[in-house]
Ligand binder design. Structure first.
Ligand code: TRP
Length: 76
């Protein structure tokens, strides 16, 4: 099977309220926050997994599109 690159995938985040946080976590043995971006209602961020970013945490109500489909954060 072909080896998939560990980076280069994109996700789309659309904020459904003010103050949604998009937090980038570092790749490698030390997993920590390295960047936090605040989105207001209706704002869209297109974010990529990179050599520096292995995980993306979203806090608040948002619509998130990935290659696996669509998911909504912040709703119980
Ligand atoms: N400097 C970061 C990087 O190249 C920028 C970044 C990429 C980022 N994807 C992100 C920041 C997702 C927050 C969330 O990895």
């Amino acid at each position: 099977m072909e080896k998939r690159a560990q980076s280069s995938d994109f996700i789309v985040i659309k904020a459904l309220e003010d103050g949604v946080n998009v937090i980038g976590l570092t790749r490698g043995s030390d997993t920590r926050f390295h960047h936090s971006e605040k989105l207001d209602d209706g704002e869209v961020m297109i974010a990529q997994f990179t050599d520096h970013t292995s995980a993306i945490k979203i806090r608040g109500t948002a619509k998130i599109l990935t290659e696996f489909g669509e998911v909504e954060s912040g709703k119980k």
